[in-house]
Design a protein around this ligand. Structure first.
Ligand code: BJW
Ligand code: ZN
Length: 243
């Protein structure tokens, strides 16, 4: 592991363009639950069952209850050393893009600047009638929040299964993947598309790929470097003592 960390660090020192793809594992050490496995259970539901347009159409109050619970939880959480290390890396690399699947906003809170939130942001809500989007940091939006402009039902402005990602943000993420020399893939199970494919895009463009995760993922075989460990412990080691 030492060798992998050192060679990745040396490669980063020589890289002009770096893209980082993060997932729920990066916020796990802040106490934000991940999606899959036991961690992803809320009441008797899997998080992935509720993050769907079908669940919202069937029972918007249940889905809002789930999102209100998560908003309340995230509101109490702070960024961790993984988020902070990525802000440091951004300052060290001339062209840096942070692509995140996380909706918790913790990368922005930590001070990362060039962030693409490809699955949206839990603090934003969108009207299902007029489409107007608003930012609201209230931990609890209520059982059936409505749009101030038209009275329509609001929904979380996040990307659910079966929904398209914002094409402009996705295009920027694909471009960052195509152009980077190194892509770090951190704390994601790499099972959700199109995010998981960004590693293939980077590899096709000639980038070196490195994965940091507690365990191997379906994308591990594609990687040049796999570092098994906690993001909050590995990432700070990549940015310490650059000379
Ligand atoms: C640590 C750690 C520590 C823990 N340190 N590591 C092609 C083939 C098959 C299916 C599809 C396809 N293209 C599209 C689809 C359908 C679907 C999909 O991908 N399905 C697969 C699951 C099969 N994709 C979509 O529907 C996407 N839309 C789309 O593509 O539109 C066009 C289209 C539609 C339909 C068909 C074809 C095309 C949209 C995906 C939206 C995902 N939305 C969610 C919810 C967001 C809102 C919310 O937060 O509530 O996004 S689902 C959920 O999964 C969330 C996450 O961002 C996403 C990824 O999860 P992530 O981050 O990887 O978390 P986990 O929990 O899975 O993993 C955590 C990892 O961290 C683990 O590996 C741990 O080991 C690790 N870890 N602690 C380091 N301390
Ligand atoms: Zn409206």
């Amino acid at each position: 592991m030492e060798t992998s960390i050192n060679s990745l660090k040396e490669a980063l020192k020589n890289a002009e363009r770096v893209a980082v793809l993060t997932g729920a594992g990066v916020s796990a050490e802040s106490g934000v639950p991940t999606f899959r496995g036991a961690d992803g259970l809320w009441k008797n539901y899997q998080a992935t069952e509720l993050a769907t347009p079908e669940a919202f159409a069937k029972d918007p109050e249940l889905v809002w209850e789930f999102y209100n619970w998560r908003r309340g939880l995230i509101a109490q959480k702070a960024c961790n050393p993984a988020h902070t290390a990525l802000t440091a890396l951004e300052r060290l690399i001339p062209d840096f893009t942070l692509i995140t699947q996380n909706v918790d906003g913790l990368h922005l809170l930590a001070g990362s600047r060039h962030v693409l939130e490809i699955h949206g942001n839990i603090w934003r809500a969108r009207c299902t009638r007029c489409g107007k989007e608003t930012m609201d940091r209230a931990p609890d939006m209520g059982r059936r929040p409505t749009c101030a402009a038209c009275g329509g039902l609001l929904r979380p402005a996040v990307v659910w299964f079966g929904e398209s990602l914002d094409p402009r943000i996705l295009r920027q993420a694909i471009e960052a993947a195509q152009q980077c020399r190194i892509m770090l893939v951190v704390g994601t199970s790499s099972v959700v598309q199109p995010a998981a494919s960004l590693a293939f895009t980077a590899k096709s463009g000639g980038a070196m790929l490195a994965e940091i995760n507690l365990e191997k993922t379906p994308n591990s075989d594609l990687m040049d470097i796999v570092i098994l460990g906690k993001a909050g412990e590995i990432l700070p080691r990549l940015v310490e003592g650059w000379a």
